[in-house]
Design a binder for this molecule. Structure first.
Ligand SMILES: [Fe+2]
Length: 115
């Protein structure tokens, strides 16, 4: 088995609470958009000590390789798993976010960057 075999996506049960939603959003006093990742945007994730999003990682795809761009260590927490980061996206064709729920495992999504 490979770790990739255990990563869930938008086709699996529980997706509404777990698949990370990647967006490019405006940020005050910044000319470039920033990356925003939300877990549980459609249906809020519980976010308790017993059941929480432990971490979110962001990768950029550059010439067919995954480049690690940011890591957010969140749990255990009652906080909403919503994170943002500034990033130079010019060299990347796609973004991939992966998150870990301590009960429901690994989930990922991707976002195609327009040229
Ligand atoms: Fe969960």
């Amino acid at each position: 088995m490979r770790i990739g075999d255990l990563v869930k996506t938008e086709t699996q049960e529980g997706k509404e609470k777990h698949v990370p939603v990647i967006e490019l959003v405006d940020y005050p006093d910044c000319t470039d958009k920033i990356v925003k990742i939300t877990v549980g945007k459609e249906v809020p994730h519980p976010n308790t000590i017993a059941h929480h999003i432990k971490w979110i990682h962001l990768y950029g795809v550059k010439e067919g390789l995954a480049v690690h761009m940011a890591a957010f260590d969140l749990g255990p927490t009652y906080g909403i798993p919503e994170v943002t980061c500034h990033a130079n996206l010019a060299e990347f064709s796609e973004l991939i976010a992966i998150e870990y729920c301590n009960i429901h495992g690994l989930w990922e999504s991707s976002f195609i960057l327009s040229p």
